[in-house]
Write a protein that binds this ligand. Structure first.
Ligand code: THU
Length: 161
């Protein structure tokens, strides 16, 4: 018998403007901007995402819903697939995601769903680089994670096949 453990850590800042990198603050702002154009008439839950690639290029996207509910897609995957289809040779280095949900005192912003975590993990493995994540709340607070592995430990991946 053996014990295998994995511990994740998240840094929480009260305001994303306190991040020490102007480019990253701009990335966070692009995810907020993207949220405004979400197509979410059914859930009324708007999500915006912005991805930075290794040349500093930013791609933004948002959740897209459909009257056939399961056909909708999360903001993270809309944006990840756009980045990967438009610039497949560019390594994805950072992802910012923002939700509009009103937060109570001390509540963390909503985190990416399991499906998006799985797609993020594959991007991280494909480009052989940890993707740094910024999860932003409507109150401007931001959770910073150094790698997708912190969101999805013990995952199924290419090497599981
Ligand atoms: N949604 C995202 O865009 N990202 C997530 O990580 C979780 C959920 C979207 C999907 C749907 O359009 C709405 O939020 C409510 O679930």
């Amino acid at each position: 018998m053996k014990d295998i453990s994995y511990s994740s850590s998240i840094k929480v800042l009260d305001d994303y403007h306190d991040l020490d990198d102007k480019q990253i603050i701009a990335l966070c702002e692009r995810s907020i901007d993207a949220m405004k154009d979400a197509y979410a008439p059914y859930s009324k839950f708007s999500v915006g995402a912005a991805i930075m690639q290794d040349n500093g290029y930013i791609i933004q996207g948002n959740n897209q819903e459909n009257a056939v509910y399961p056909l909708g897609l999360c903001a993270e995957r809309v944006t990840l697939y756009a980045a990967s289809s438009q610039h497949p040779d560019r390594t994805i280095t950072h992802l910012a995601v923002t939700t509009a949900k009103e937060l109570s005192e001390g509540e963390l912003p909503p985190f990416p769903c399991g499906s998006c975590r799985q797609v993020l993990l594959e991007m991280e493995q494909r480009y052989k680089k940890d993707i740094k994540l910024y999860v932003i709340g409507s109150n401007k607070s931001v959770c910073v994670l150094e790698t997708v592995k912190d969101l999805l430990p013990f995952a199924f991946s290419k090497s599981s096949l």
